[in-house]
Design a protein around this ligand. Structure first.
Ligand SMILES: [Mn+2]
Length: 195
């Protein structure tokens, strides 16, 4: 069973082509968004999820990175949802405390069929390389909504905004790896019989 999905999405704000392979058989380093900090964080996500991710994205960065960051989250969420099919055989839940030096975050998720983000701090409220910290939750929100998963991200401590946000992306990667891992049971992991 191949768990691969390609997505193309073009709007007046962004142009995105993405291929996701949950079982990781693609070249992982092909991530180009035009925003090097975002490439760096997505590279950490791909690395720690074990997913193959090819991504080429262009956005109206001169307006605000907001559109690009949100729309990549939409495409990655759509790809993940499609690649998972009817969710049969997956672990469903994933969680990770992720330290990065002084930063410590918790990421916990449930591939529940209900797309929602719960984001709680205190997060450092500082720009990283002139990119406002308020943009990053938009990625997590769009991803959660389009992958139809319940996603909690909690910052327990951290002074350095780069450390905190990188920890969130790494923690997301590890949590997704766990949640989308296949079990020996082919059934959909829900007492309802469907997700
Ligand atoms: Mn870094």
């Amino acid at each position: 069973m191949s768990r691969v999905k390609s997505i193309k999405r073009t709007t007046k704000e962004t142009d995105i082509a993405l291929t996701l392979d949950i079982d990781g058989h693609l070249a992982q380093e092909s991530i180009v968004t035009g925003l090097p900090l975002f490439d760096h964080f997505l590279g950490a996500l791909a690395q720690h999820s074990g997913y193959g991710l090819e991504l080429k994205a262009e956005g109206d960065l001169l307006v605000d990175p907001h559109h690009l960051v949100e729309d990549v989250g939409i495409c990655l969420g759509d790809a993940l949802s499609a690649a998972l099919g009817d969710r049969s055989g997956i672990q469903r839940f994933g969680q990770r405390y992720l330290p990065m030096d002084e930063a410590l975050v918790l990421v916990a998720l449930d591939i529940s069929g209900r797309g929602q983000l719960f984001w709680s701090g205190p997060f450092p409220d500082r720009a990283i390389n002139n990119v406002s910290s308020e943009v990053w939750p938009e990625f997590f929100k769009a991803l959660a909504q389009h992958a139809q998963m319940t996603l909690h991200v909690v910052c327990h401590t951290g002074e350095n905004a780069h450390h905190v946000m990188e920890a969130c992306f790494k923690g997301l990667g590890r949590s997704l790896k766990e949640a989308t891992m296949l079990t020996n049971h082919l059934a959909v992991p829900s007492t309802k019989g469907m997700i």
